[in-house]
Design a protein around this ligand. Structure first.
Ligand SMILES: [Cu+2]
Length: 351
């Protein structure tokens, strides 16, 4: 009798699930139609689907710059700060003797840093010189919906050879990024990402002596070809990059004893990185661009940075010497399996 009752209960539950009106049970197509122009969109319009093809392009040339993430200059037009970005594929050196094909903004990995002040009117003209469509998403910035860079949903993809202009008011103050939102699974991992900082209207009273933006990503480089790295069998990364470089080609940070260091650590790849600092502990002063109130600031020596996250960390350099910042997943501190490499950099504290 008990057995029959349980069987009946199971059958009722199965029927209920199959006929549920809960939107969480809907397939992808239905989810799309809830927020977009009915019948106008497919997953391929969105740039969906994995690409396991190597990164290629037309007329790929060696990068003319060697350091990414540098401040982008702008011109002022009627009180608006106007920036220009061009997407293109270049040969980008991540390590001596290891040069990948990278999709870039203005020829560097990461792309150039856009740095503005809260309240600035900003215009960013994006010219697409890739062989594929693209869009730009201003990750964490409070932009108008039409400027959000989601293909088909908020704008038509920028076709090869075409230009699109993004306009918004910079807000709120904090640490952000911009990146492709078209075939992100390929384009972001191939290098279409860059730092974006919105400074406060009233400048900081005591800015730290060192203020560096570190963007972490991964790549698969195999048989002379570059693939976007993914957390799936056969596509996992063998090189790990801080600002487009693998150790020992990562930057070295130099600071005087007693000075404050701020690092803005952002993960833009597809893996989580527990970043560990040797020596003094640090405080987490901002998360995803937003300040952490002093009483809530955690004191730590390791912070896990997940894809899309930013952590601003600060500490005072109290001891001279060479101190290391590195990912604590040992595979991520290798170059194609050889240690040391990948996600490591040195902090030199001098007298
Ligand atoms: Cu890691």
């Amino acid at each position: 009798m008990k057995k029959i009752f349980i069987l009946m209960l199971i059958s009722i539950l199965v029927t209920a699930c199959a006929t549920s009106n809960n939107p969480m049970d809907m397939g992808n197509d239905n989810m799309m139609n809830m927020t977009a122009t009915p019948g106008s969109m497919t997953m391929s319009d969105m740039g969906g689907g994995h690409s396991m093809e190597p990164i290629t392009g037309t007329n790929i040339e060696p990068a003319t710059e060697n350091v990414g993430g540098q401040p982008l200059s702008f011109r002022e037009e009627n009180g608006v700060k106007v920036f220009e970005l061009t997407t293109k594929v270049v040969q980008w050196e991540i390590l001596d003797g290891v040069t990948i094909n990278a999709m870039t903004y203005n020829g560097t990995v990461p792309g150039p840093m856009i740095r503005v002040t809260e309240g600035d009117q900003v215009k960013i003209i994006v010219k697409n010189e890739l062989d594929a469509p693209t869009t730009v998403h201003w990750h964490g910035v409070e932009v108008p919906n039409a400027m959000d860079g989601v293909p088909v949903m908020t704008q038509d993809p920028i076709q090869p050879g075409e230009t699109f202009t993004y306009e918004f008011t910079a807000k709120p103050t904090g640490t952000y990024m911009y990146h492709s939102h078209y075939e992100s699974d390929t384009q972001v991992l191939a290098g279409l990402y860059a730092p974006l900082i919105i400074d406060p209207i009233i400048p900081e009273e005591n800015p730290p002596a060192v203020d560096e933006f570190l963007m972490i990503s991964e790549v698969l480089f195999m048989g002379g070809q570059t693939f976007p790295a993914m957390p799936m069998g056969g596509m996992e990364p063998n090189y790990f990059l801080i600002n487009g470089k693998a150790f020992p080609n990562t930057q070295t940070i130099t600071v005087k004893k007693g000075e404050t260091v701020r690092l803005r650590i952002a993960a833009i790849g597809q893996f989580i990185h527990p970043m560990h600092l040797h020596g003094p502990a640090f405080k987490i002063v901002a998360t995803d661009g937003h300040p952490v109130p002093e009483g809530a600031q955690l004191t730590k020596d390791t912070v896990s940075v997940a894809p899309g996250e930013r952590y601003d960390i600060e500490w005072i350099a109290t001891e001279t010497g060479q101190w290391m910042l590195h990912c604590h997943i040992p595979h991520h501190t290798t170059n194609n399996g050889e240690e040391p490499g990948g996600l490591m950099l040195m902090i030199n504290v001098i007298e």
